[in-house]
Each structure stands twice: as structure tokens, then as C-alpha cells.
Design a protein around this ligand. Structure first.
Ligand code: GBH
Length: 506
């Protein structure tokens, strides 16, 4: 592992910890010393306390209250796993697992109730400060997501991410976070999955809901990229002033897109899908050219012309913006869950509304015989993980990558060998990607520490290593079998024997 030794050392410094004490009883599949294991959650999905102690309303509060019928089980995150009150219990679980970091997100409207930085909610600051200090005293590094989808409602009333001014308000919010927390927090993630919240939020069923896919989706993406570039710069300037170490990046979701057949048009379709789904945000930041992927620019410009728009629905960056967004990362946060098959979509009938899907023009499916989870979109395909990592390595010159989410939903219950199989098979694929393919991956995060509010699927999909009892007042957490498995991996950096079920083959 000489190749990445220095990143591991640097990462360990950032995390203030070196992991890796090997035990004899393992499968021989061991991650390099310094490689880090952690778990993740997000504010709206676990905290509850939606209107307590000065917290303002977020778009998810507004949306789930206005449209309970749109959420699968008509639930909402008003209480969720009640981590606002049960966070000490969460820290105990993290300690029990023995993970070296905890990725969680900060609720913007808990810190700035109106979204603007003129009024800071000290109770909100105190909540995160206490959590962070408890993590520190247990030697668990905080990895903080600044935005995991819960925009303050007053900012949505101004157009949310479709309004270019949002980039400046995000800088104001980031300034407060850096002022208050950057002495303890050394790993920052600006955004979680802009594809999800721009596509599903401004062009689909997620909050804020009821928008327009082929137009607002791209406006959102554009302003999020601008906001990310500005906050990256802010952080670099502060690092220089304070001479303090710290890393900042962005988390992007990349399902693997496999050509449906070896036919040339399927291979092309798969590459177009990768560019639309991942390259949309990755290319402006991680490629050496910067800006949107060429194929996206070309397809959306052409479609817009045919549809009689006077200009492309995909906005343009200024030359300065291209420059400031390009290279705006210390690391890539990667969420990866599953794999899809790609082939060209049947051509679209003119006169329909413009959509992201129509612009992309790719038919996306999955193979029926790929093992299922409890989520319609998630099948177990570990080899796709290795391919995705290799594609990133080749496309963007092997950026330091932290896997910020990987996980599976299963039916309720604590006996979850299938989750163990999922994690184990994905970790084997990751191990091959690191050791054999030299992909620059520095850590792995399981989604999620505990069951939580799974957005439009409510509480019906459970991803936790710990089960949450939503009927108990304290939202009691109970360890699943997978918690002991993952704890063992986190502590030894090695995969235990006898957990291989889904082999890494195509
Ligand atoms: C992550 O997104 C999120 O970051 C996290 O908050 C979430 O809890 C976790 O996944 C598990 O879902 O229902 O067919 O419309 C992963 C990417 C994008 C996958 C949206 C599910 C909806 C598919 N997600 N997608 S569908």
C-alpha cells in the first residue's frame, strides 16, 4: 500500500487515530493500516424535535405535514429516532461498534431558524457542540455533512436552490459552522447527493415537491455547484489563516451503470447515464477540464433547441466559475448502493414536458435475478461497486475517496445475515479495488447507524445496524447481528471468516 501511504497517514492525522490491530481469525482479507471504518446518519432522518428549542421549519417539515399521503406510510420526521434527545445513546452505540468516525449532518434550520445568519439559535449550536465533544472524548472523529436535504423553508420561499443568491446564503451558513465547530471538526462535506435533491426535489416527489424536472433541476444543480465552490474557497482561506489541518469535499451518489448488452449502443448509453447521473456534479469539480460533461451540454442544448427554447435549459458557468469550481475538493465522498443496466431509451414523443430523463435518453433497468433488498431500487451487485470505483479512478485521476454511504434495507428484525452478506461482499469488492486496482479509497461508511426516516418511504425501509423501536417513547435501539459483524471489521480492519455469499463475479 506504499502508493497511498501518505494519504492514509494524513487521513489518520485528520481523524486523530490510527486503526489496524489484526486478529488471527480472519479471512485474510484485510484493509491497509490507517483505513477507517465509520457509520452515517442525517439530521432530518434521525433527530426529530422538529420545532423544539428554537429550530425553524425546513422543507421536509413543511412537505411531510402538507402531504402526508405522499409518504408511503404517511409518517414524518417530527420525532424519527429522537436523536435530539437520545444522542448519548447513539454515541454509546458508536463506541460499542468501535468505529473511528461518525458521519452526521447538521440541520441548517436548527442553527439558523430563518435560514439567514442574522439570528443564531444557541440551543442548536449547543446540541451539536455536545455531540461533537462526546465523540471527541470517545476518540470518534466527527465527519460533518453541512446539507443533507433539509433546507430552511424561508429560503425555499425565495425559490430555494433555483435562486442564485442561495450560494451566498450557503456561504453565510458555512461561516457560522466553521466559526463554531471547525476547531473540532476536521472533515467537512458541503452537500449530500445533489443529484438526489435537485432531481427528486425539483423534478420529482421529494421536498419541496411539485416543481419542473427539465428546468429547475438544472438550475438547482448549477447553484449548488456555485455554492460548493465558494465554500471550498472559504475553507481553504481559513485553513491558511489558522494553519489548521482539515479536509472538505462533496458527497456524490454513483450507482454503477452497466451496458445491458455488449452492443455498442448499450455501451454508449451506459456512458451517457454515468455522465448525467455522476458526471453532472463530478466533472465540474474533479475533471481536469472542469465544467459540465460535454455529452450533457450537447444533449441538453440540442433538445432545448428542438423544443423551441431560446436558450439551453442547462445554464452556463462563467469562466471564473469554471475555474473556482474545478479542483474544489480535498476528497470525494462517494455514496454507492447498487447497479443498473443501461440501453438507449425509445425516442421521446415531441410536445411532452422537458425532463432530465428525456435529456439523458437512457433506459435504466435491473436484472431480475440480482438479489433484492427491501427497497425497490436496491439490488445486491457487489461487482458494480468495484467497476464504479475504477471508473472514477480513470475519469478523474484517482481522487482520494471516502465511501460516505453503502448499505441495505431489510425487513424489521435483528437477525439480518443478509445485511452481513451485503456488507461483506461489497467490502470484498472494495478490497479488490484498493489492493488490486489501486483505487484511492481511504475509508468506508455504512449507512446507517440506526433505522431512520427513509424520506418518501417513511419508516418502512430499515438500513440500521441497530433496530429502532418506533413504538417506544425512547425509540429504543437494539443491536442487529450485523452490528457485531461490522464492529469486528471496524476493530480488526479484516473481514471475518465464513461470511461470503454473493461472490464478486459478473
Ligand atoms: C441515500 O441516497 C441518501 O443519502 C440517504 O439519506 C438515504 O437514507 C439512503 O440513500 C438510503 O436510501 O424510490 O425508486 O424513486 C441514495 C440514492 C436516490 C436512492 C433516490 C433512492 C429513490 C429511488 N437514492 N432513490 S425511488
Amino acid at each position: 500500500m506504499e502508493v497511498f501511504l501518505w494519504t492514509f497517514v494524513a487521513f489518520s492525522v485528520v481523524l486523530n487515530r490510527v486503526t489496524g490491530s489484526h486478529v488471527p481469525e480472519n479471512s485474510g482479507v484485510c484493509f491497509p493500516r490507517g483505513f477507517a471504518f465509520g457509520v452515517a446518519t442525517a439530521s432530518y432522518q434521525i433527530e426529530g424535535a422538529w420545532n423544539i428549542s428554537g429550530k425553524g421549519e425546513s422543507i421536509w417539515d413543511r412537505y411531510t405535514h402538507a402531504h402526508p399521503e405522499r409518504v408511503f406510510d404517511h409518517n414524518n420526521g417530527d420525532v424519527a429516532a429522537d436523536s435530539y434527545h437520545q444522542w448519548r445513546e447513539d454515541v454509546a452505540l458508536l463506541k460499542h461498534l468501535g468505529v473511528s468516525f461518525y458521519r452526521f449532518s447538521i440541520s441548517w434550520s436548527r442553527i439558523l431558524p430563518s435560514g439567514f445568519s442574522n439570528e443564531v439559535n444557541e440551543d442548536g449550536i449547543k446540541y451539536y457542540a455536545e455531540l461533537i465533544s462526546a465523540l471527541e472524548s470517545n476518540n470518534i472523529a466527527p465527519v460533518v455533512t453541512m446539507y443533507h436535504w433539509d433546507l430552511p423553508q424561508p429560503l425555499q420561499d425565495l425559490g430555494g436552490w433555483t435562486n442564485p443568491i442561495m450560494a451566498d446564503y450557503f456561504v453565510d451558513y458555512a461561516t457560522v459552522l466553521f466559526d463554531r465547530f471547525s476547531s473540532s471538526v476536521k472533515m467537512w462535506i458541503t452537500f449530500n447527493e445533489p443529484l438526489s435533491f435537485c432531481h427528486d426535489g425539483y423534478g420529482g416527489d421529494d421536498a419541496p415537491g411539485g416543481r419542473s424536472s427539465g428546468i429547475e433541476t438544472y438550475m438547482c444543480g448549477h447553484n449548488v455547484l456555485r455554492a460548493h465552490g465558494k465554500v471550498y474557497k472559504l475553507y481553504q482561506d481559513r485553513k491558511k489563516q489558522n494553519k489548521a489541518p482539515g479536509w472538505i469535499g462533496i458527497t456524490l451518489d454513483m450507482p454503477w451503470m452497466e451496458p445491458a448488452t455488449t452492443a455498442r449502443e448499450d455501451q454508449e448509453a451506459a456512458e451517457i447515464a454515468r455522465q448525467f447521473i455522476f458526471g453532472w456534479f463530478a466533472h465540474p469539480i474533479f475533471s481536469k477540464e472542469g465544467d459540465y460533461p460535454e455529452i450533457m451540454r450537447k444533449r441538453i442544448d440540442e433538445k432545448s433547441r428542438v423544443q423551441n427554447f431560446a436558450r439551453s435549459r442547462l445554464p452556463h458557468f462563467t469562466a471564473n466559475e469554471v475555474r473556482s469550481i474545478k479542483g474544489s475538493f480535498d476528497f470525494l465522498g462517494l455514496n454507492h448502493y447498487t447497479t443498473y443496466l443501461a440501453s438507449p431509451a425509445e425516442s421521446h414523443s415531441p410536445g411532452k414536458e422537458p425532463t432530465f430523463e428525456d435529456d439523458m435518453g437512457v433506459r435504466i433497468t435491473q436484472k431480475e435475478n440480482w438479489p433484492k433488498s427491501n427497497s425497490t431500487w436496491l439490488r445486491i451487485v457487489p461487482w458494480g461497486f468495484r467497476r464504479a470505483l475504477n471508473w472514477i479512478k480513470t475519469s478523474y485521476n484517482n481522487p482520494p475517496t471516502l465511501v460516505t454511504e453503502n448499505g441495505i434495507s431489510l425487513a424489521p428484525g435483528t437477525h439480518d445475515p443478509k445485511r452481513i452478506n451485503y456488507i461483506d461482499s461489497y467490502l470484498r469488492a472494495l478490497h479488490d479495488a484498493i489492493l488490486k486496482d489501486k483505487c484511492h479509497v481511504i475509508g468506508y461508511t455504512y449507512w446507517s447507524l440506526i433505522d431512520n426516516f427513509e424520506w418518501m418511504r417513511g419508516f418502512s425501509e430499515r438500513f440500521g445496524l441497530y433496530q429502532v423501536d418506533y413504538t417506544s417513547p425512547k425509540r429504543t435501539r437494539t443491536a442487529r447481528l450485523s452490528a457485531s459483524y461490522f464492529g469486528q471489521v471496524a476493530n480488526t480492519l479484516c473481514l471475518p471468516e465464513n461470511y461470503v455469499e454473493y461472490t464478486v463475479t459478473n
